[in-house]
Design a protein around this ligand. Sequence first.
Ligand SMILES: [Zn+2]
Length: 242
Amino acid sequence: MAPQLFKELIIELRLRHLLSGWCIDDNDFSIHTSREFAQDNLTEISNFSHFNCSEIKLGSKWDKQKIESAGFISDNLETNGLLECIMRVYSSYFSIEQALLNMKIRYYQNVSYSIVESNGDYQDVRFCVGEAVETTLSDGGQPAFGIVKGIIGHKWNDDQDYIFIYLEWLEYLNKFDDLLDCPIYRLQNANNNSWDRIHPISIVSRSPYIPFIHNCKSKCSLQQHDITNCEYIRNDFFFTAI
Ligand SMILES: [Zn+2]
């Protein structure tokens, strides 16, 4: 999207809301939240061979305080209640059925990698926790979107690293906002486990390019959104402009 169009959006108060919390990355025009995409503290994963990902770099490992503030309990799969889910992922994606010897996981704020698409092209992907990503899974015939809640590294029994994302899914409701005519989604409830939250990072094959904004109702204020309202609008103004 041309910079001058952003200037026009910023001038219009009602439209300025659409840009809240988002910024454009100049390098490849992908959209990231304004939360910093930290380049510090990168961990390169060299013994990562599953699927079609390579050149994986993990950034900003979380400490205990950050793990807890993000809503996780610890760096242990069992205490987080994630063991069953991650074993399903190992089984369904990697055909690995053995019991896990290592319960420890690491959390990171951001990740970048290169992925080979079905047509043979390489795609550079990067995203951070908090961003909405399109996945290769589908939801009612639509690409399934989710908000990244965690980027998780785990060493399997053979000491090889596996990198996963923890997503809160955005459920396609097949209804549209009256004013913007953009599709409305519902964020997966914390108690709704109908969709597994953990998947290999390879289900994300492009950087975030479309923001979701809260479907604000009367209980939302400028300072705070009403978190009991789980509806989000897919901002197709960005979707079509890039
Ligand atoms: Zn709101």
